[in-house]
Design a protein around this ligand. Structure first.
Ligand SMILES: Cc1cc2nc3c(=O)[nH]c(=O)nc-3n(C[C@H](O)[C@H](O)[C@H](O)COP(=O)(O)OP(=O)(O)OC[C@H]3O[C@@H](n4cnc5c(N)ncnc54)[C@H](O)[C@@H]3O)c2cc1C
Length: 413
C-alpha cells in the first residue's frame, strides 16, 4: 500500500510541527502556505512552552537541541500589576529547566521551517476554498488528488468551512495593538530592569498593557482593551500610524504609572499592528468528514490570555501525526486512516474544550469584570489551576486559592 497523499494547509506552528513528525517517519506531504516567504521578522512576541504539550512535542520531534539554542530559561519572571505598577503577583525568575521556557515566535518558526525537508512548503499558496473531492482552490492554481487534507491555517480556516460551513469565530470584545521597544537595555533601561528578562502585565478594568523581553534585546509591548468590533474603522486616529496610536494610547492611560506610559512613549516605529481577537465557540465540535480534518487555531481559535494556543497546536500535531504514522506503518488503507483520524478528533474535542473554557473565563475576568481587580486575581489563578486539575480537586483548589489570597492581601502585601 503506497502512503496516502497528504496536503497540510498553513505553515504555522501546527502545520510545520505536523510536517516535522511526518518527515521523521518518511511519510510524504506538502504544506501550502499563503505567505510568500518565511518572513521571520514579523512574527511578534514570545511564547512559553509547557510540559506535556509544547515541550513534549519539541522533544519528540527531535528539536530539543535547536530549542535550547534559543530558549530563555531565565525568562520566567512574571509580574501581574495594577495600573500604578503595584504588583498583584510577582514570581521568578527561577532558572529551572523544569519550568516554562520562553522562545521568540520568530525563532520557533525558524526552527520548525528549517527542520522540514527542502521544498516541503509551497510558499505563496493562499487557499480560497475546498471543493467536493478535496479539490484545493488557491488564488492562482488548483490542486487535487489528496487523500487527506489537514487545515492548519489558523482561525479563518477554509478547510474548516469545507468540513462544516456553519461555525465562524466570534469577536471576544477585545482589540489590541502590537508594538516594540528596540534595544531596550539602551533605549529604555528602567523598563528593561522592571521587565527583568520576563513579562509584566498591567491590568485595569477592561485594559491591559504587556511588556515582554525578546531574545533580540527588544521589548514586545502590547496594548489590549475592550473595543467595538469595528474600532479600526471608527476610531478617531489612524490605527496604522504609530505616532497617532501612541498619542491615543497615552490619552487612555493618562493616570497610569509613568513607567507604563514610558513603555508606549519609547516604542519604535517598525511595528504597529492593530488586531481584533476572536475565538471559536467553547466546546464546538464537528461531524467527521472523510478525507479532511483541522488542528490548531483552525479547530480551537482562542484569545491569547491563557497562553495555551501554540501548546495546544503542538499537542494536536503530535497526536494527529501518531495516528497517521500508526496506520501507514501497519500498512493500513484509507478506511483505516479515516477511522484513525476520527478517533483523533474524538480525543481532541474534550481536550480543546478545557483550553477554550479556561481562555474564555480568563478573558472575561480580566477584561469584563467590574469592581476591584485585586479580587479578580485569585479567580484568574483558580481558573488556570482548575484547567490542570481533575474536577474532584476543584473545591480543594478553591479553598487553597482563597485562603492563600486572604493571607497574602491581609498580612503579606
Ligand atoms: C497576540 C497573540 C498572542 C499570543 N500569545 C500566545 C502565547 O503566549 N502562548 C501561546 O501558546 N499561544 C499564543 N497565541 C496563540 C498562538 O499564536 C496560536 O494559537 C498559534 O499560532 C496557532 O498555530 P496554528 O499553526 O494553528 O495557526 P497560525 O499560527 O495562525 O498559523 C496559520 C498559518 O497558516 C497560514 N494561512 C492562513 N490562511 C491561509 C490560507 N488561506 N491558505 C494558506 N495558508 C494560510 C498563515 O500564514 C500561517 O502561517 C497568541 C496569539 C495572539 C494573536
Amino acid at each position: 500500500m503506497s502512503p496516502p497523499k497528504i496536503a497540510i494547509i498553513g505553515g504555522g506552528p501546527a502545520g510545520c510541527m505536523l510536517g516535522r513528525f511526518l518527515s521523521l517517519s518518511d511519510i510524504p506531504f506538502t504544506i501550502y502556505e499563503s505567505e510568500a516567504d518565511p518572513n521571520y521578522r514579523s512574527q511578534g512576541g514570545t511564547l512559553d512552552l509547557h510540559q506535556g504539550t509544547g515541550l513534549t512535542a519539541m522533544k519528540e520531534a527531535q528539536l530539543w537541541d535547536k530549542f535550547l539554542e534559543h530558549a530563555r530559561f531565565d525568562g520566567d519572571f512574571f509580574m501581574m500589576a495594577d495600573k500604578g505598577l503595584k504588583p498583584y503577583i510577582a514570581v521568578g525568575p527561577s532558572n529551572k529547566l523544569s519550568e516554562r521556557p520562553e522562545i521568540d515566535r520568530a525563532q520557533l518558526r525558524r526552527i520548525l521551517i528549517e527542520s522540514l525537508p527542502k521544498g516541503a512548503i509551497k510558499w505563496g499558496h493562499r487557499l480560497k476554498r475546498v471543493e467536493d473531492g478535496n479539490v484545493l482552490i488557491f488564488d492562482d492554481t488548483i490542486e487535487s488528488g489528496y487523500d487527506l487534507i489537514i487545515g492548519c491555517e489558523g482561525g479563518w480556516s477554509k478547510v474548516r468551512s469545507y468540513i462544516t460551513p456553519a461555525v465562524k469565530p466570534e469577536y471576544t470584545g477585545v482589540g489590541y495593538h502590537r508594538l516594540r521597544i528596540p534595544d531596550a537595555a539602551t533605549t529604555a533601561p528602567e523598563l528593561h530592569k522592571i521587565v527583568n528578562k520576563g513579562s509584566v502585565f498591567s491590568i485595569a478594568n477592561g485594559q491591559r498593557l504587556t511588556m515582554q523581553q525578546l531574545g533580540d534585546g527588544s521589548l514586545h509591548v502590547a496594548w489590549a482593551s475592550t473595543r467595538p468590533e469595528n474600532w479600526t474603522q471608527t476610531c478617531s486616529y489612524n490605527p496604522h500610524n504609530i505616532e497617532q496610536v501612541k498619542k491615543a494610547i497615552l490619552e487612555e492611560i493618562e493616570d497610569w504609572s509613568p513607567h507604563l506610559r514610558e513603555a508606549i512613549e519609547k516604542t519604535g516605529d517598525d511595528i504597529c499592528d492593530p488586531k481584533n481577537l476572536y475565538m471559536l465557540p467553547v466546546g464546538w465540535r464537528w461531524e467527521h468528514r472523510c478525507g479532511a480534518t483541522i488542528i490548531g487555531d483552525a479547530a480551537h481559535l482562542m484569545a491569547p490570555f491563557a497562553g495555551e494556543g501554540v501548546n495546544a497546536a503542538f499537542d494536536d500535531a503530535r497526536k494527529l501525526a501518531t495516528a497517521i504514522i500508526g496506520v501507514v506503518k501497519s500498512g493500513g488503507g484509507l478506511d483505516q486512516l479515516d477511522k484513525a483520524i476520527q478517533t483523533f478528533e474524538e480525543e481532541m474535542f474534550p481536550r480543546m474544550r478545557v483550553y477554550q473554557q479556561q481562555t474564555e473565563e480568563v478573558t472575561k475576568l480580566w477584561f469584563f469584570s467590574t469592581g476591584n481587580m485585586r479580587d479578580v486575581v485569585p479567580k484568574v489563578m483558580l481558573t488556570h489551576a482548575k484547567a490542570k486539575l481533575p474536577a474532584i480537586l476543584h473545591p480543594l483548589a478553591w479553598t487553597a486559592m482563597n485562603s492563600y489570597w486572604f493571607v497574602k492581601t491581609r498580612f503579606l502585601s
